[in-house]
Design a protein around this ligand. Structure first.
Ligand code: FAD
Length: 416
């Protein structure tokens, strides 16, 4: 049976950054991903652009996410694949492949974790479904970067689904793109289009519960990116619900494109270019870890002694029940930090969780879930697990100050 110091599951921003950070610390790392590339939601669900991650502190524009995320952005920029926070995901996939290989990470694609072997409070190995059948792989330490806290759930660590009151999660969205668009022409008629959309919704001609059309430009000409379908009240961890969500969202894509062809400017020669290969999941399971980050912590701009990442993205809650999106925007200069304890699941001593499924409530998750911040969380998890490997200690016994120092040394920001 193959054996690694660290096994990371999930190759999104959190998992990629975790693996790179851990491998740079000289540990033997395997990164397991069910898809054929890295990037997670950005590549499989076409999530774009990066949401903003800076603020003015003492009069100076300060990036709250640096480190590996900054390295990724620089490489994208060098390839002309990064503009106003939007990026080309095909270049991102290449950049991430390069970065994990340079760090010495072993990769296993097309591999789905479906079981874990746990003895007392130690995870020993994971079972992975692959093209050659089931493989078991042993590890000394694990990082769950699946977005769904899949490993933690399989290991029977406590997890929670969605919001506390009714377990409903933020809506799922199938992103799509329209090609051969006259973008300037489309934008010149956008206000009118929004009015027509609202009117059509009020008449019941549009079934999508989303209140408006959400569109973004990309760093290429003639293409528009839509993050505007909305599927509510389905469980992103239930296989049949997710299938249902994919079908509902695809119907919404057709409905919206037909509507826009009739009502928008600039789409005369357009075509429906692509939909994401997987519906995007904003929220699903989160671990209940050593500390549960709350919306109140975020709104109070709390700085924790064991902060390993910082964030000021708004508390952006797409209504889990239907129409409407609520926002709480952080004042200029204010931010909160994310404690290391939120990465530590209860009940096991050799696993960390990174990304959108760390320990928090629904409101806090609605803020830190953005790609820049989950990348910072991932980097911290990788550094911390590297220290656990080096010192042969449980994940809750490492010195967090060492993690903070390593993150800062790599250009990261963990709070002032
Ligand atoms: C529709 C939508 C719009 C969004 N808009 C923005 C935006 O504009 N800007 C922004 O910054 N953020 C946005 N976000 C948030 C952001 O994209 C995600 O929260 C973030 O990418 C999550 O990163 P992650 O690494 O934690 O998880 P993911 O990116 O979900 O990565 C998890 C990885 O684990 C893999 N995996 C899962 N289960 C298994 C398994 N059992 N075995 C093996 N592999 C597995 C998956 O294939 C995936 O690659 C949006 C999210 C959605 C869904």
């Amino acid at each position: 049976m193959k054996k690694y110091d660290v096994i990371v599951i999930g190759g999104g921003f959190a998992g990629a950054a975790s693996s790179i950070a851990a491998a740079r610390g000289s540990t033997r790392v395997l990164l397991i991903e069910k898809g054929n590339c890295l990037g997670g939601a950005s590549s499989s669900s076409l999530v774009n652009p990066f949401m903003p991650y800076s603020t003015k502190i003492n009069g100076e524009e300060t990036k709250l996410t640096g480190g590996i995320f900054n390295e990724i952005c620089q490489r994208l920029e060098e390839k002309g694949a990064f503009k106003f926070l939007s990026f080309l995901e095909e270049e991102l996939k290449l950049v991430l492949n390069d970065m994990v290989r340079e760090a010495g990470v072993d990769l296993l694609f097309h591999a789905y974790i479906f079981d874990v072997q746990r003895e007392d409070n130690v995870i020993k190995s994971v079972s992975v479904a692959t093209r050659q059948g089931v493989i078991k792989i042993e590890g000394d330490y694990f990082i769950d970067a699946t977005g769904d806290a899949q490993l933690a759930f399989l290991a029977k660590c406590p997890t929670e689904l969605g919001r506390k009151s009714d377990s409903l999660c933020q809506p799922m969205t199938l992103c799509f793109r329209i090609g051969n668009v006259d973008v300037d022409e489309f934008m010149s008629g956008f206000e009118e289009l929004q009015k027509a959309y609202k009117e059509a919704r009020s008449k019941g001609e549009i079934t999508n519960p989303r209140e408006n059309i959400l569109v973004f430009k990309l760093p290429v000409n003639n293409v528009l990116h839509f993050n505007t379908t909305r599927v509510v009240k389905l469980n992103p961890t239930d296989a049949f619900d997710v299938t249902k969500a994919e079908i509902i969202a695809r119907d919404q894509v057709r409905e919206l494109y037909d509507f826009m062809k009739r009502n928008a400017k600039g789409l005369e020669n357009s075509f429906l270019m692509m939909t994401a290969s997987e519906i995007g999941v904003r929220e699903s399971r989160k671990i209940v870890g050593e500390y549960v980050l709350t919306e109140e912590d975020c709104r109070s701009f709390t700085k924790f002694h064991d902060g390993i990442a910082a964030c000021n993205y708004d508390i952006d809650i797409h209504n889990p029940e239907g129409s409407g999106t609520s926002h709480y925007y952080f004042p200029q200069g204010e931010y909160y930090t994310i404690p290391y304890r939120c990465l530590i699941p209860k009940g096991v001593s050799n696993m960390l969780v990174a990304g959108r499924c760390i320990s928090s409530d629904h409101g806090a998750q609605a803020s830190y879930r953005i790609m820049p911040t989950v990348c910072s969380i991932g980097e911290a998890a990788g550094v911390a697990i590297g220290l656990s490997v080096k010192n042969r200690v449980p994940v809750d016994e490492i010195d967090v100050k060492e993690v903070q120092k390593a993150l800062k040394d790599n250009g990261g920001f963990v709070g002032i």
